[in-house]
Design a protein around this ligand. Structure first.
Ligand code: BES
Ligand code: ZN
Length: 633
């Protein structure tokens, strides 16, 4: 059987229609707990016919070959009347040695399988024939060196420089590059894992079983007993130490940054408590944070029980911990109630950005919330100005596109403004109750935008007529641009910064006389963003003399300053730019800096020189983003 991409998706749609019909008639084989599957254009899998329930992993972590090698044993059930349907899984660049099936989980027999044509974005479908009565399938496989969801670091790329490091990043569709599975967020699974590593390294996963000590023996067991979407399966292996932060919170990091991390994240337990107070119990037992080496491509990743975080938020003054609030908030919005497909991504990120700001308000006060909301809205408006209208829609159409392209400010900031708009319209008390009820009603489920809208209509709009219209909701979710009624955050602190900025720009105030003693990181960011884009190298030199901005350690401020330096040809920051791009692989910083350099041919030449030195240290995700920008001959 040869599988072609186009045919598969057509077949999938047909199967869905039939499946939907069967659901309404009801079938004897179909357990009532099976949620309805919707079309997911980013998965080849067939959960509407055969649905994976549990994944059991047995891995050897082979640092010399840079591969994971072992088995994945999947338990599944039939979810339709098609008794002969094969099991179709997602894969990307996996080497499959053999596949066996079993009826009882004890005795296994080889079965036939076929790997279809590989698509650049989606990878390749793996079709496995299932003999009658089969309930388990065991796949013997290894990952490839270029697995898009893994990064293998040389000792030189770690903080400690002595031992190698490996970590995974599965969201959005990279789990398939290290596990053959049904890689759609609506296919929730529990998982267990046994992981063998070099004896002196510690393995951690997004599951129960993390050591909470510094002890290691090279043989680790994990279990995640709650059903999660595949993109939340995560592993890291390295020279890690643990520090406790509170009763159920802690941090793992390389020895040289573990103390700094523990200080930076000292408010984590408070954040968990503050979130529980508004949105109900934290349902994942522990909340730990893993600090990764600087090549981690994201700011943070909400892997359950164990947030993965970039070391670039270790500012020394807790000023960038809204990232922790954000990843923690995903324990409700995203991990508990999950987007069914990547089209519904705003359900994860919009809710989470809204919750993040509520947590910041509860722990650090309203002024801090308003500063961060102001910065968020401003960057959204700037970004949307250069964006195609189709990408300005919360319910974004990603057909034929990499879901990583949906990674813009729209699901985050427009989503958060939408929810804030409802908070302001219904009042905080009613809205908080609604959101808490929404989490409870959909706990451990993956839902679509439509399911959310139906629930909203019934539980908030109908119950409180005349406050927000359905047309208003539809405009927010299904239309481009920002609605006219979008909330406007108010920051008095920023108003004061603006007053000084204006005096500075009009010549009434010298740079050295700017009263910046009380400025927070957010004030600095607002100050820099309020300066005209073409402020000029001369003024930049003056600001640098007064504030030493080229040497600033805070990664967000440094990034902003370096963007301005490229735009204004401020050569004194050249060396710092190169050092920044070589030492940090966080895509949010690296991509815009290269994109700015790529705008002129002289700077493109510099970009090529820097990228030649930095590329090898970047994660595959960052590499492919920058490859698309930096074109060198
Ligand atoms: N879940 C995202 C990261 C993500 C999204 C990875 C889509 C891959 C595909 C995470 O929660 C996130 O949003 N991280 C942000 C930080 C946050 C404070 C806005 C980031 O990494 O910049
Ligand atoms: Zn997020």
């Amino acid at each position: 059987m040869k599988i072609k991409i186009k045919n598969t998706s057509i077949m999938f749609c047909v199967a869905l229609v039939i499946g939907a019909g069967l659901t309404s008639v009801g079938t004897a084989q179909k357990p009532s707990t099976v949620p309805k599957m919707v079309e997911d254009v980013h998965s080849y899998s067939n959960p509407q016919a055969v649905r994976v329930r549990h994944v059991d992993l047995d891995w050897n972590v082979l640092f010399d070959k840079k591969i994971l090698q072992g088995t994945a044993t999947l338990s599944f059930e039939r979810t339709s009347n098609e008794q002969n349907a094969p099991l179709i899984l997602d894969t990307r660049d996996l080497q499959i040695a053999k596949i066996e099936t079993s009826n009882n989980g004890k005795s296994y027999k080889p079965t036939e399988f076929k790997i279809g044509e590989s698509d650049k974005i989606l990878g390749a479908p793996l079709t496995i024939q299932l003999p009658k009565g089969a309930k388990f399938v065991r796949i013997f496989y290894s990952t490839s060196q270029g697995a898009s969801g893994l990064q293998w670091l040389e000792p030189s790329q770690t903080a400690g420089k002595n031992t190698p490091f490996m970590f995974s990043q599965a969201q959005a569709i990279h789990a398939r590059s290290f596990i053959p599975l049904q890689d759609s967020p609506q296919v929730r699974v529990t998982y267990t894992a046994r992981v063998r590593t070099p004896k002196d390294l510690l393995a951690v996963m997004s599951a129960e079983g993390n050591s909470q000590t510094d002890a290691r023996n090279g043989d680790y067991k994990f279990k995640m007993t709650k059903a999660i979407p595949p993109y939340l399966i995560a592993i890291a292996v390295g020279d890690l130490q643990f520090r406790s932060l509170g009763n159920r919170t802690g941090v793992y990091a390389e020895p040289s940054v573990v103390e700094k991390s523990a200080r930076e994240f000292g408010d984590t337990e408070k954040m968990v408590e503050a979130t529980e107070k508004i949105y109900g119990a934290y349902r994942w037992d522990r909340y730990d944070i893993l600090v990764l080496p600087p090549s981690f491509p994201f700011g943070g990743m909400e892997n359950p029980m164990l947030t993965f975080a970039t070391p670039t938020i270790l500012a020394g003054d807790k000023s960038l911990v809204s990232l922790v609030a954000h990843e923690l908030a995903h324990s409700w919005s995203g991990n508990l109630v999950t987007n069914a497909t990547w089209r519904d991504f705003w359900l994860n990120e919009g809710f989470t950005t809204y919750l993040e700001r509520r947590i910041i308000e509860a722990v650090y006060g309203k002024p801090r919330r308003e500063m961060e909301a102001t910065l968020g809205k401003r960057s959204l408006i700037e970004e949307m100005a250069g964006m195609e209208t189709r990408d300005q829609i919360l319910y974004v159409d990603l057909k034929g596109r990499d879901p990583d392209d949906g990674f813009t400010g729209v699901p985050y900031e427009k989503g958060a403004l939408f929810l804030r708009h409802m908070e302001e319209s219904f009042g905080r008390e009613k809205f908080d109750k609604f959101v808490r009820g929404y989490f409870d009603a959909h706990a451990f489920q993956s839902i679509t935008t439509e399911t959310f809208v139906t629930y909203l209509q019934k539980n908030l709009l109908d119950a409180n007529p005349n406050l927000v219209s359905r047309a208003d909701i539809d405009e927010w979710i299904y239309k481009a641009d920002l609605p006219k009624n979008a909330p406007q955050p108010q920051s008095d602190a920023f108003a004061k910064v603006e007053a000084q900025t204006n005096n500075y720009l009009s010549g009434k105030l010298a740079a050295k006389d700017i009263q910046k003693e009380m400025w927070t990181t957010q004030d600095w960011l607002h100050f820099l963003k309020t300066l005209p884009e073409d402020v000029g190298a001369e003024k930049m030199a003056e600001l640098d003399r007064a504030f030493n901005l080229t040497k600033v350690g805070n990664s967000e401020i440094a990034f902003q300053w370096l963007m301005m330096s490229i735009k204004n040809k401020y050569a004194a920051a050249d060396a710092r730019l190169e050092e920044f791009l070589i030492s940090i692989g966080r895509r949010k910083f690296v991509r815009p800096l290269f994109a700015e350099l790529a705008k002129t041919s002289a700077d493109m030449k510099r970009a090529c020189e820097i990228y030649a030195k930095s590329r090898a240290g970047y994660h595959p995700i960052t590499q492919s983003s920058v490859d698309a920008i930096v074109k060198c001959s």
